[in-house]
Each structure stands twice: as C-alpha cells, then as structure tokens.
Design a protein around this ligand. Structure first.
Ligand SMILES: *Cc1c(COP(=O)(O)O)cnc(C)c1O
Length: 401
C-alpha cells in the first residue's frame, strides 16, 4: 500500500481495515463493562455528590465513596489517600508543585528536586517549572538499559533534597524501576518519593504503602478506563498544597465538582485490570516475545530498555538501515504503533536519546504496546508488516518505496 508520499489521511481513505492496534501505551480502549458501569451516572443519577441536602446527592456521594474504597483496597492504601484528578498529568503537577509549595508554606528550607532524564514530560515539565521558580533540579542520567543507577542517585541526594520522582513503569521502554530500593534511600533522609504510576497501576502489582512511595500518580485511560480521570495517592500525614483552589472537594486538596461517571468508571476499570492482571501479563508477554523473535530475525534490530524487569506488554526496538519517518509512513496503514511517546511527535524521543542512542537511531525506533484484546494473529501480521517495510526500505536505500 502506502508509498512514501501519501499522508496519513489519504492512506486512511483507501484502507481496507483499521490498522492493528499496538499503541496501548498511548491509551487503551475503555472496557465495555466500564462504559456500562458509568451509564446511569450521566443523565439519570446526575446529582452533584457535594449536594448533601437531598437523596440523589447523597447517592452520588455514596457512589464516589464506594469507588474510592474499591480503588484504595486494590492498591493497599486507606480511602483517605485517594485524590481524584483529571488524569496523570494533573496528578503529577499536584504532587510535585503541591509538595514544593507546601514546603514553602511551612517555612522549610528544602529546595532540591531529583528526577531521571527519562521521565515523562508530565513530570519533567512541572519540575522544570519549579526550577525556574527558586528550586534546583537534578536530572539524573540512566544506564543504557534505562534503569536508575542507585549509587548515582544516592550521591545526588543532599540535606536540602525535598523530593525524588521516578516513574514506576516506563511508557516508552517499559522498564520497571527499583522503587523499594529508591524509597530506602529517601525515607531515612526525610525525602518524599513520588512515582508516576500511569503505566504501572493495573498492570503490575503495586502497593505504594509497602514500597515506601509517598505520592503515586495514575490515569484511567491507561488501564482500560475513561479518559479525563486519574488519581493521586497521598501518604497519610503528607501535606501537599492544592493546585486547584475552590469548592473544598477532596479534603481541600483538589477543588472542582467530582465527575461521578468517570470516578465510577475508573474504579471499575481498576477492578477489572487487577482481576486479569497476572493472566494478561503472561499471555501478552508470550506474544511480545513472539514479536521480538520475528523482528530479531530481520537482523540489525535492537531492543531498547532492560529486558527485565519490564512490562510484559511493551517492546521498543531500533532498526538499522531505515529512516524513522519513512518506516512509520510505510507502516501507517497497517499498524498503529509509535516511535517514542504519543506526546513528543516529530522529535526523536528524549528517552531513547538519554539511553545514548543517536538521533538517527532514536528516530528509527518503534514502540509496540500490546493490549488486552491483542491476538496472536495480529502479532504475526504485525511482525510481517514490519519485516516487509524494513526489507523494502533497506532495498530502496532509504527512499521510502
Ligand atoms: C499517559 C501518561 C501520562 C499522562 O496521563 P494523562 O492521564 O493522559 O494526563 C503521564 N505519565 C505517563 C507515564 C503516562 O504514560
């Protein structure tokens, strides 16, 4: 199909079927059972859960609290720890800026923030914002495998370090960071540990309380729930300053009328994601390995990120002898995959660059994110599509067809 010139919309116009969906780190489909659970809360039971003066309001409040209880139980925290937000981006902003502002308000003197160069933009950008407003930021390099160097992290910690932020499961390269070991470095020094758990919650067992994580961000649409809802788990006793003032909802930490349908949907999605978590990971891990074998056979294909520990449903590869944008153009009609994250289109991934890949090799990379509904037949077809595209591009000497 597509030659090098045709654009995305033109190729969509003559596509026989929709492309194989292998971009589940960008988002996931909202589960039908989740849509069903949300249904009554839009138009029938539409009351504001803050309306305590009538029965519909109390019922909406009860639905929110039942959702909060379910989420808390699934993640091993107290219900009071759950703060609903619009997504992981907001949760990260609330955690990082909220902690920094609380430190200022209480007259504390900690001004130093530590993170990894490979973090999501939704962590890096709020931290860089703080660095422009009186805080000091250390962005640590990672190893070629994408994992934190614990000795380097320890060496970076200072008496005035306020927080460390490290992603639990990586949205591009799938690696799982050693959060418990990181927490062991932070806790005795009085340093708060934040983790962006958007790709981890519902996908791997994660108990923030047991691991020593003080703040954990999550997102509904990364775990087969609705878009526009997320959460921040806050360790009891830790104070963060609100970033949305008004209304007093969520213990005064996050103002705004609670989106009852989305909250109900998030709880249902998490319940379902936890229920088939292990079996899903086993199945998708098998398919992921099958895809890797197909790609490896092409020669000149390199895996990005540690082989373990990592998410079972993620594979990120760089491919020699092809140009990145030509490769994506070739595949566009058949596969929904991405090069790097969904949020950094155009530029080669800052994550792959931080692993030491050249611009060219970072651009010639593909991220495969398998999902709950991915089949063996789809993986076989995806492997064939990549093989055909790579062979054609290598033969054509980068020409694109
Ligand atoms: C998707 C994602 C986000 C952003 O989440 P939203 O809910 O879309 O705001 C943040 N961090 C990571 C790791 C993600 O994968």
């Amino acid at each position: 199909m597509a030659n090098g010139e045709c654009n995305a919309l033109a190729s969509m116009g003559h596509m026989a079927a929709s492309p194989i969906q292998l971009d589940h780190q960008a988002t996931t489909p909202c589960d039908a059972a989740v849509v069903e659970a949300m249904a009554p809360w839009w138009s029938e039971q539409f009351a504001n859960p803050s309306s305590r003066s009538h029965r519909p309001g109390l019922l909406a409040a009860a639905a929110v609290e039942a959702a909060r209880d379910g989420i808390a139980a699934a993640l091993g925290v107290e219900p009071e720890a759950v703060v609903f937000t619009s997504g992981a981006t907001e949760a990260n902003n609330l955690a990082l800026k909220g902690l920094a502002e609380a430190e200022l308000e209480r007259g504390g003197s900690r001004r130093h923030l530590v993170t990894l160069a490979t973090e999501h933009r939704a962590v890096l950008d709020p931290l860089r914002y703080l660095a422009r407003h009186g805080f000091e930021l250390t962005e640590l390099a990672v190893g070629r495998d994408g994992l934190v160097d614990l000795e380097q992290l320890e060496a970076a910690l200072r008496p005035d370090t306020l927080l460390v932020s490290v992603m639990a499961a990586h949205n591009e390269i799938g690696v799982l960071q050693p959060l418990e070991a990181i927490a062991r470095l932070c806790r005795p020094r009085g340093i708060s540990l934040h983790s962006d758990g958007a790709q981890a919650i519902g996908h791997i067992p994660l108990r923030p309380g047991e691991l020593g994580i003080d703040l954990l961000s999550g997102s509904g649409h990364k775990l087969y729930g609705p878009k526009g809802i997320g959460l921040l788990l806050v360790r009891p006793g830790l104070r963060i300053a609100p970033q949305l003032h008004g209304g007093g909802q969520e213990q005064g930490v996050r103002g705004g009328t609670l989106p009852v349908p989305l909250i109900v949907g998030l709880a249902k999605a998490l319940e379902l994601a936890v229920a088939d978590q292990r079996q899903r990971a086993e199945r998708l891990g098998g398919l992921r390995d099958q895809l890797w074998q197909q790609l490896e056979a092409l020669g000149g294909v390199h895996r990005n990120g540690a082989v373990a520990p990592r998410l079972a449903h993620n594979l990120n590869v760089s491919i020699d002898g092809v140009e990145g944008s030509a490769l994506l153009r070739q595949l566009r009609g058949e596969l929904a995959v991405s090069s790097g994250s969904a949020c950094s289109a155009g530029e080669p991934s800052h994550v792959l660059r931080a692993l030491g890949l050249s611009r060219q090799r970072a651009a010639a990379s593909l991220r495969f994110g398998l999902g709950r509904h991915t089949t063996a037949a789809e993986i076989a077809a995806a492997g064939q599509a990549v093989a055909a595209a790579v062979t054609a591009l290598r033969r054509g000497g980068q020409g694109g067809g």
